[in-house]
Design a protein around this ligand. Sequence first.
Ligand code: NAP
Ligand code: G4F
Length: 347
Amino acid sequence: MMKKALIFGITGQDGSYLAEFLLKKKYKVHGVKRKSSSLNTDRVDHIYEENNKNFFLHYGDLTDAISVNRLVNIIKPDEIYNLAAQSHVAVSFVIPNYTANVDALGCLNILEAIKSLGLDKKVKFYQAGTSEMFGKVLESPQTEKTPFYPRSPYGVSKVFSHWMTINYRESYKMFACNGILFNHESPRRGETFVTRKITIGLAKIKLGLQKKLILGNIYAKRDWGHAKDYVEAQWLILQQKKPDDFVIATGKQYSVKHFINIVAKELNMKITWRGKGINEKAYDANNNIIIECNRKYFRPSEVQTLLGNPTKAKKILKWKPKISVSELAKEMIQNDLRILSHNDKKK
Ligand code: NAP
Ligand code: G4F
């Protein structure tokens, strides 16, 4: 019998890679998409185009407990991956209530559906936790034992889901697990997250389509991996004998400024930095300002540094990241140059 997976958030970066990964593993993959006035299935359209008979999309919304219940009931999956979220940290300060509805109560809607349908001994559940839960970090690097100190409505909502997942595991013996994933990127990354904003922005400047890129805090440090590596970890977490929680990270950290330098080098753009703090700017070979900072892209409370320790995942899951930050940046740039040069929307 083929295993059935249900992915909330299938139209997102991770959802699309996870769907491809599970199809290769011979799963039947069901995904939940939201009704939208314009197309929102770009990242999974190629799976449809391959006419995959094991791939199904259903309308639903995580904030609508009835639709969640209905989908879990009709599909009766072996594994549920909750990747759905309002996932932008800065936006969560603007719409905190909505963010909590999706990112905190949404997870609870799935856990309750599994329990109330009597599927608690059948379904394995994965919750997409985040390094943002460590926020104003209390130790470095961060492990599964590091206390949380979230710094945004997004981080706080994810802490709720983390503990709800543990609570359902302990109370009802459900196979419910948390991945605590550090930043992971790809050519499919949303265009307002910093890595993609940089790869597209500098590619546009290189092609003469844009003059300047405006960013926020370029001194923030992140532990960046590739989404393809990280969805494998999500699957591995559900294949263990015991449900548990795992930090998934590379163990290496770079500043946003360092990431810009990698991208500029890859694009053969010579840039020079001048100035300090918010006034630091990057200049091109003709002395034109091509990057500057603006406070409007700062968050009301910043997360200055995140660095994960993936020792437990390496030991128990036998997982390790395969793609380096330079390889990641290169793949993103090549994709953006291709899209911009050919007006090709395929990712
Ligand atoms: P993403 O690209 O923003 O995708 C989010 C997905 O959630 C999209 O498919 C989106 O649908 C869907 N969604 C949003 N609100 C929903 C709702 N109310 N009901 C149903 N679906 C909804 O995020 P990602 O980067 O793939 O991340 C996947 C998950 O991992 C998220 O939960 C994120 O918080 C978490 N995470 C991400 C990272 C990272 O660095 N990428 C790190 C740690 C944790 P639309 O396409 O319709 O918007
Ligand atoms: O790319 P970012 O927006 O990612 P952030 O805030 O770290 O959140 C991402 O990773 C989390 C895992 O830790 C996920 F849970 C979450 O869903 C999301 O995927 O920003 C990275 C850093 C931040 O410090 C931000 O302040 O880059 C800084 N930054 C500087 N200029 C900017 C910009 N971020 C954005 N989005 N846009 C800027 O112009």
